[in-house]
Design a protein around this ligand. Sequence first.
Ligand code: C2E
Ligand code: MG
Ligand code: MG
Length: 606
Amino acid sequence: MTDATGTNATLDPPAIILVCDDDPTVRLLARECLESAGLEVIEAENGQEALTLFDQHEPDLIFLDVDMPQLNGFEVCTAIRQTQRGQSLPILIATGAHDNRSIDQGFEAGATQYKTKPINWALLSRDVKYMLRAAEAFAVLKAQQVQLRTLAYYDPLTSLPNRRSFVDQLRGSLEETADHHRTLGLLMVDLDHFKRIHDPLGEALSDSLLKVVAARLEERLGMYAPRGPDPHEAIDRSKLDEMTIDLMRPGGDEFNIIVRNINNSQALTAIASLVLETLNAPLIFSDNHLVLSASVGIAMAPEHGLEPEAIIRRANIALSAAKLSGRNRYRLYDNSLADDADRKLRLEADLRDALESPDQLFMAYQPQVDTTSGKISGVEALVRWNHPELGAISPALFAPLAEGSGLISQLGDWIFKRVDSDIQALKKVFPSYLTISINLSPLQFTQANFLETLKLRLSELQSNNEIELELTEGVIMSDADDSLLKLQELRTAGFRLAIDDFGTGYSSLSYLKDFPVNTLKIDQAFVANLGNESGNSVVRAILALAEALNLDVVAEGVETQEQAQFLKRHHCNILQGFLLAKPIPLQKVIEILDVDFSHMYRVDES
Ligand code: C2E
Ligand code: MG
Ligand code: MG
């Protein structure tokens, strides 16, 4: 049953009203009115008693007289507002004073309502109920606000603070660092090759794995007891403050750690080692034995800046350096890393120029020799960059650079056009039996309009010669199901497909038999390892696999006659490497089409 105020008249349990007045008549009348409206009343005859009862009974509203001996109503009100529970409690102040100053004073002390005496008893219970209802609505709002804040600032998966709170906390901590001459550290942790784990596991399991990782890190970092201040150091108050560690998850497979109040970078590298050690511990997860690793970039304030952007950027630079130098390690930022980053930026700008300039970039063509005929049967197109100041720059260096800077589709497009025009220029003498291999970069492969561009640039060429596209294993395996569709599309469009650098990635053999590829290219590293039993057996295994799957095999990086002989003996049908020919201008390839290379791998009987 609800009354006119919308408040449940028979509240269960009834709301408790604390009535505090030194005048027993007021207390009696208040009790009468409120109890008859279904409310429970407790009485205090002075301010001190009111505070005690407030503690013991947790009332829902206080009716408070101002003029009392010892503690007056304003003082009681102020004291209650200072407690956690009293912050949003409705307080009704009653006094004989009518002047504005007293009223202001009442509100300043934290009163919710102000009534002047004599009290209109007929209206009291209604007013009290309105106040209770408003307080209830306020409490609901407040709870919602807390919930919203949680959603806005915490990652729902791990319950760790999210990216927004990371930036807020970093900003706040940096200000504190500056004000108190303290040192702060930021560790950016990025799980190594998480995609390789993510894709086979799927979304839901990967999420649970991230939860496990977060929990492990939280547990270990919580346990990390910082060493006390060095007793030999002069006592410095700020250094006696305890170090604090906060773990956050800005997103994906990244974790950030803010460490406050450290003495030196050693505390940070110790934490980084602990993170690596924690992640390296073997983990059994949904029946898989996993060993995770991570790369960690570290920057500190004030040494590397006092703005969040500066610290984040430098920790990121250190993180990239950790990844580049082989992952599963940490790097502390230093200026030489920034030089590297600057150099990279400059090189990016130069590459942009090179794409516009007529002759900085060009193509070289490395012959591939068919071991059955002894003749050149194809060429691999390899891009070259002759930098105006730095000289020749390897594509192994600038292809990933182009990939990282968004220049790769432009570079890729440039390569298709150039291969096409190089061949058109020699059209009259260019034989149609030569296969032309072109390397694709990982990002190109994932671009939506990629096939259209490819057809647009190469259709004429394709009508005369077979074109083989080289993809690395990593690219194909990173999203095996999606790749399968794409590869099928490329095959349908008439391209041959090769897996480049075979053996270095993580090909799952079950996929390999479904992929519509034509050729495996044995990575140079395996060819270089020929000559000892284990090296020989790896190459033999790859050749046997290729034979079983009915694939062509190209051996890359063939440099010695022994290697060539071994490969020929084990039925490797195509050889590519410096022994036979280096990458050369296309014109030069045409000039040696009649050369017989078989003496280079023939085993002399005599
Ligand atoms: P890759 O596709 O595996 O190319 C083979 C690399 O091995 C080439 O290096 C080639 O010059 C080198 N090589 C050939 N024979 C030998 C040998 O006997 N010994 C040794 N030590 N090396 C040999 P290059 O031209 O420096 O290219 C390196 C990588 O850069 C390529 O590896 C490929 O991944 C990438 N790349 C080259 N050209 C292109 C391109 O046009 N587009 C894309 N996306 N990537 C390219
Ligand atoms: Mg290649
Ligand atoms: Mg290769």
